[in-house]
Design a protein around this ligand. Structure first.
Ligand SMILES: *Cc1c(COP(=O)(O)O)cnc(C)c1O
Length: 420
């Protein structure tokens, strides 16, 4: 019997919990505490910046207090400002769009590839205008976007590329680490992310001048006396966070390999269940970071609604949730704009806002109606743990007629309960 209807769940043992820490992390934090260097002037932030950038194959790292302001800093350093257009995907966390608004630019939201949920390069091509200053591909769930196609377009039109790699620590495509392929890449260390210190973020780039600008914008506009200041912010990371990130980083490679291996296996297995379609990865993807394991669920083929499926799967003991709504349906884009006037200088007469309300990107809409998310820490488990996930899905499939008649609360969780 279905666990949703009172039967025994497939899984009663918990999956690995997140975050992972031990005495080495305690030591790292105590070391900072005892040093008395808790902020500016300490050695942990620069050490972490260098190590994280090098790990992804970039020359420079600029750490900041979160992965939203890093996007804002990068856009500002790239010279993106009021009236400029920035192309963003229709399936992402709201911060990708909000950062564009914060610099006064206009988010031009384009559709995604239905098989990967990443930005569709053809949709990007159609959206380019003389006002386009930047493209922000997001590696959704840790699955690298089609960077070859995006970089080719960007070069052809002289447009900057800012990779939003907030979910993709350690992912690799075409022999390169994500974040180091575009002109600049941004990561988040918020509590749920694959590398975390509660909060935090970093920009990585090979461009020395761009790195110097980002460093200044992050640090009150100062260039350390080398030149005149710019109008910056204080978006600095603390030494405690950098110390913790350094010790957390000792596990990143092993954890990323494990997620990738389990993610591949889970995709192979789940693909054999009718109406279940794990997202594809491009052939050039060497490593998927699997911040999220995402699969498409066909309510039509099962005769079961997405909400009911998710509730039933969660009842079987498998952590899961619905995913994003299309970005233009986020309250930020459908409100009158009165609530955030300072954030809308690029939209003087709200015409564009009305355009967001009329927007309909078929693949992003569909993703919002069919996506099931399994959080990354599930993939830190063993092969047996993966088999339990498959068994739970198979059980639901075999009982789909009973499931169609079962009663749920009617509302499944939207996010993995963890989104910031
Ligand atoms: C988490 C996330 C961000 C924002 O990072 P914070 O550190 O939470 O501010 C930006 N973009 C994407 C795609 C994210 O997942």
């Amino acid at each position: 019997m279905l666990a949703l209807s009172g039967g025994a769940p497939v899984r009663t043992r918990p999956f690995p919990s997140w975050p992972v820490w031990d005495h080495t992390d305690e030591e790292a934090l105590l070391e900072v505490l005892r040093s008395g260097m808790w902020g500016l002037g300490g050695s942990k932030v620069p050490e972490f910046e260098n190590r994280f950038a090098a790990y992804h194959g970039a020359k420079y790292g600029v750490a900041a207090c979160n992965g939203t302001v890093t996007l804002q800093v990068a856009l500002t350093a790239l010279g993106v400002g009021p009236g400029d257009e920035v192309i963003v995907p229709g399936y992402t966390f709201v911060a990708t769009g909000a950062a564009v608004l914060h610099v006064g630019a206009i988010p031009v939201i384009v559709d995604i590839d239905p098989d990967t949920y990443n930005i569709d390069p053809e949709a990007v091509r159609s959206a380019i205008t003389p006002r386009t200053k930047c493209i922000i591909p997001v590696h959704v769930g840790g699955n690298p976007a089609d960077m070859d196609a995006i970089m080719a377009l960007a070069e052809e039109h002289g447009i900057a590329v800012l990779e939003d790699a907030a979910q993709a620590h350690g992912a690799r495509i075409g022999g390169r680490g994500v974040g180091s392929i575009g002109h600049i890449g941004s990561f988040s260390f918020q509590a749920t992310k694959n590398l975390n210190a509660g909060e935090g973020g970093i920009l990585i780039t090979d461009d020395e001048e761009l790195a110097a600008l980002c460093r200044a914008y992050r640090n009150c506009g100062r260039f350390g006396g080398a030149r005149e200041p710019v109008l910056g912010w204080d978006f600095r990371l603390t030494e405690f966070q950098a110390g913790l990130l350094l010790s957390q980083m000792n596990r990143l490679e092993e954890q990323t390999r494990r997620r990738d291996e389990n993610g591949r296996y889970l995709a192979e297995q789940l693909r054999t269940v009718p109406g279940i379609r794990p997202l594809k990865r491009l052939d050039s993807v060497e490593r998927h970071a699997y911040h999220l394991f995402i699969f498409r669920f066909s309510a039509e083929e099962w005769g079961v609604s997405l909400d009911l499926f998710i509730e039933a799967l969660a009842a079987e003991g498998i952590p899961c949730s619905r995913g994003y709504v299309p970005l233009y349906r986020d309250p930020l884009f459908v409100t009158s704009g009165q609530s955030c006037p300072a954030a809308w200088p690029g939209l003087p007469n709200s015409l564009e806002q009305r355009a967001y309300r009329r927007m309909h990107l078929p693949n992003a809409e569909r993703a919002s109606e069919e996506a099931v998310w399994i959080p990354h820490y599930v993939l830190l488990g063993s092969r047996d743990d993966m088999d339990d996930v498959v068994e739970a899905v198979r059980k639901l499939y075999n009982h789909r007629e009973a499931l169609a008649k079962a009663r749920g609360s009617g509302k499944a969780k939207r996010y993995a309960g963890l989104e910031g």
